[in-house]
Design a protein. Structure first.
Length: 440
């Protein structure tokens, strides 16, 4: 009896286990329970018929002002001018983490990179993947691009290049310019390349590069200029000749790429203007070594610090036929002009008149201009800064009816009450503050 019961209990247990296993196999896990790293994505399709340009900036969440301050402070501490050994990575990680906790999407991805680089001993590749997954849940296109890179490099996940391309394709469709430029390069197969026409999709590659370039992604300009200068068919075969129009278009996109921080673009223009390989087929309208020198200096600067941007490039280095503006030959002045950096304002020097008054170092901004006005009226005839005749001000020289003040005050009868606030100088101090202390 006991033996039969044990046998039946064992049978029921095996049956229950079998039913449970069947349920697991039959049930589909809800999408919201699947980790973003494991989500199912369409395979990369190089033969897609069209590409719709989406803008990444329209897809990302708004950035908190305090988080932005922390993020920028952390980025400043990683300036290329600072030796890696001299950087305070503990503080950089802390600031970046604070910004990431407020869902600053760039900080989230930067923090993941810091984890992968080993800048935080307590966090590694798994935590980096989790951060990227969190950004993916927020719908950030760049996070999908990053996950593709992780699959390509086996960073925190099992390497799978097929899944990598699927994530890159997803990022490009969502609007990430880096993914667009990468995939466009793969679709830009020339006629001499092995397998030409298999992956080649020039119309889509062109649209991807134009979309990435339109979002300020400088490297896209370098690949795009090749497609502009020599028109190609969808298969990659050149089907048009280089002419003045295509050369001008390619030259312009290279120049604009320099503004967006494209080192290759600046280097190409330095060669085109300074020492072209083929004078008969050069992009530049003529050799101009002065222009070439400026592009070379910008190229070197971008090689050292790819984060530089030159929005004011046309002010110091316009394309022909515009004349080159004067330049003193100094690297700093060229970079400052191209970046739009304003020189610090000159410190006002005390004038001769201000040195005669107390305090003796009164800034020249507050020196009053001579007016030559006098009044014997019991009250000032109009609003101004008046100096009582016969009384010496602590901050202004004595003015009398017989003497015009050298720094610009008018006089009125000393029995009058002071209640006027007008200054003829360039910066009138607020009457709520002591004379000479307030600035606009």
């Amino acid at each position: 009896m006991d033996s039969n019961q044990s046998s039946m209990a064992g049978t029921r247990g095996r049956f229950a286990s079998l039913v449970f296993l069947c349920c697991l196999l039959a049930c589909k896990v809800p999408d919201d329970k699947v980790w973003p790293r494991n989500q199912s994505l369409p395979l990369f399709n190089p033969h897609v018929a069209d590409f719709i340009c989406e803008i990444e900036a329209s897809k990302v969440p708004p950035i908190d002002a305090q988080a932005e301050d922390w993020f920028l402070e952390a980025r400043a501490m990683e300036d290329p001018e600072i030796f890696v050994e001299d950087r305070d990575y503990k503080k950089i990680v802390d600031l970046t983490r604070q910004a990431a906790e407020r869902l600053h999407w760039k900080a989230m991805l930067n923090l993941a990179s810091l984890y992968v680089e080993g800048r935080d001993p307590l966090h590694g590749e798994e935590e980096a993947v989790q951060l990227v997954e969190k950004a993916m849940r927020l719908g950030i296109p760049a996070a999908y691009d990053r996950m593709g890179t992780y699959y390509a490099n086996s960073t925190g996940v099992d390497g799978d290049i097929t899944r990598a391309y699927a994530f890159w394709q997803k990022a490009a469709v969502m609007g990430n310019p880096q993914a667009m430029a990468f995939l466009a390069d793969k679709l830009n197969v020339g006629p001499a390349s092995e397998g030409a026409g298999y992956w080649s999709n020039i119309p889509v590659a062109t649209k991807m590069l134009e979309c990435a370039f339109g979002q300020g992604h400088g490297p896209a300009a370098f690949d795009l200029h090749y497609l502009y200068v020599s028109p190609r068919a969808a298969s990659g075969k050149i089907n048009g000749s280089r002419n003045a129009e295509t050369k001008s278009r390619a030259l312009t996109v290279l120049h604009e790429g320099v503004k967006f921080g494209c080192e290759d673009c600046a280097n190409a223009l330095a060669i085109e203007f300074g020492s072209p390989f083929d004078l008969a087929d050069m992009l530049a309208p003529y050799v101009d070594k002065a222009r070439g020198e400026r592009y070379r200096m910008l190229s070197n600067a971008l090689g050292f610090n790819p984060n530089r941007r030159f929005p004011n490039l046309d002010k110091i280095l316009p394309l022909p036929p515009a004349d080159l503006p004067p330049w003193d030959g100094q690297r700093k002045s060229l970079l400052d002009a191209a970046m739009g950096v304003r020189p610090p304002p000159a410190i006002p020097q005390p004038s001769t008149a201000s040195l005669l008054q107390e305090p003796y170092l009164l800034a020249a901004d507050y020196a009053l201009r001579p007016t030559g006005l006098h009044s014997d009226a019991p009250a000032a005839p109009f609003s101004a800064y008046w100096q009582s005749a016969g009384l010496r001000s602590r901050h202004r020289p004595h003015c009398s009816r017989a003497t015009v003040c050298s720094i610009g005050c008018a006089t009125y009868n000393s029995s009058t009450t002071h209640r006027y606030s007008f200054l003829t100088g360039p910066h009138a101090p607020d009457s709520r503050f002591a004379a000479g202390l307030a600035r606009v």
